[in-house]
Design a protein around this ligand. Structure first.
Ligand code: LMR
Length: 330
């Protein structure tokens, strides 16, 4: 009896000693973003979770927090640097406190379409931008597409730049976008994405610019009268992580997460265009806001009105980057 309990005790001690190694806790990886799940970014984040957990069973657990549930625009970059979240994918308009170069993507009418954006992002110059914030503690792992921006207001007429004079517009936290609306004689107001619906509904602002996907999933079309098909800019993302955390990961985990990121990127970028087109159709079918097509002449007028913005930011961005981006248009 005594011998048996001695044996049990020593077995227990041996087990207790080895337990931490065999019951290792998975690394918890938090991915926070501000949009809905049924958007290109929302779907990309879910694909990343699925692939990462399949590739690294028991080693990582990915938690995805959509719709600003964990962190909104105002806090997510700081939270990443503090280690409170491991992946975020802000729109390229939201990095100007970290590098002026990425402001490139906000220049109005720079890219003809999302294919041109893709060609630039895949080029050497585009890829260089992924590591341009390493000295600030941020590493870019991938670009994810959303789509081209459209302009909406609570007015019936929206075909020419004159139609937005004096109106208040919600903008992302970007100095280029601020200059863009000032060039139009409108009043831009920087505001977090999570606050836009209410601001439109209550008339705090008259209008905004966004992709079909964001307009539909946030129901902006229900609180706007007209959406002009301007395609005047792009909303795309950089998936970023904390450089110190990333470099400190075990090599096999970093490799698995990199592979998962590559698969998620392919997925998000493949569905982005179709999702935007489908959401455009849903907005048209809902018939709450009118979709205003524009003639070539109308588009030329918007382009001309926004032109002064380029000169203002060319010095910060660099002519070489602007030329490389322009070359991506076919
Ligand atoms: C916005 O703030 O309008 C967008 O950047 C939101 C997003 O992440 O697509």
């Amino acid at each position: 009896m005594f011998a048996r309990s001695m044996l049990a005790a020593s077995l227990f001690a041996a087990l207790a000693f080895t337990a931490p190694a065999s019951a290792q806790q998975p690394i918890v990886v938090k991915f926070s973003h501000v949009v809905a799940e049924n958007t290109p970014k929302g779907q990309g984040a879910l694909k990343f979770k699925e692939v990462a957990e399949k590739k690294l069973p028991g080693k990582v657990q990915v938690q995805v927090f959509p719709s600003s549930q964990l962190f909104g625009d105002a806090k997510e970059l700081e939270a990443l640097l503090l280690g409170d979240v491991q992946f975020i994918a802000p729109s390229l308009s939201k990095f100007d406190r970290y590098t002026k170069k990425i402001q490139l993507f906000d220049l109005p009418f720079l890219f003809d379409d999302i294919e041109a954006v893709d060609r630039f992002q895949s080029s050497a110059k585009g890829q260089e931008l992924l590591t341009s914030m390493k000295n600030r503690g941020l590493i870019g792992l991938a670009y994810w597409h959303n789509g081209m921006k459209q302009l909406s207001t609570n007015r019936d007429k929206l075909t020419r730049p004159d139609d937005v004079k004096g109106l208040k517009f919600r903008i992302q936290a970007s100095d280029v976008l601020e200059a863009q609306f000032r060039a139009l004689g409108a009043n831009p107001q920087k505001m977090a994405f999570a606050e836009v619906y209410q601001a439109l509904q209550t008339g705090v602002v008259d209008g905004q610019e966004n992709t079909w996907s964001n307009i539909y999933s946030q129901k902006f079309h229900e609180v706007q009268k007209t959406i002009a098909e301007t395609n005047h800019g792009v909303i795309d993302y950089m998936v970023v992580t904390n450089a110190k955390w990333w470099d400190g990961l075990p090599a096999d985990v970093r490799k698995g997460l990199s592979e998962a990121m590559a698969e998620a990127t392919t997925h998000a970028n493949k569905i982005a265009k179709d999702l935007n087109l489908a959401d455009r159709k849903k907005i048209a079918d809902a018939a709450k806001a009118k979709i205003q097509p524009l003639s070539k002449d109308d588009v030329a007028a918007w382009r001309k009105a926004m032109e002064p913005v380029w000169k203002k930011f060319e010095g910060d961005i660099g002519r070489d980057l602007i030329d490389a981006a322009l070359k991506s248009n076919k």
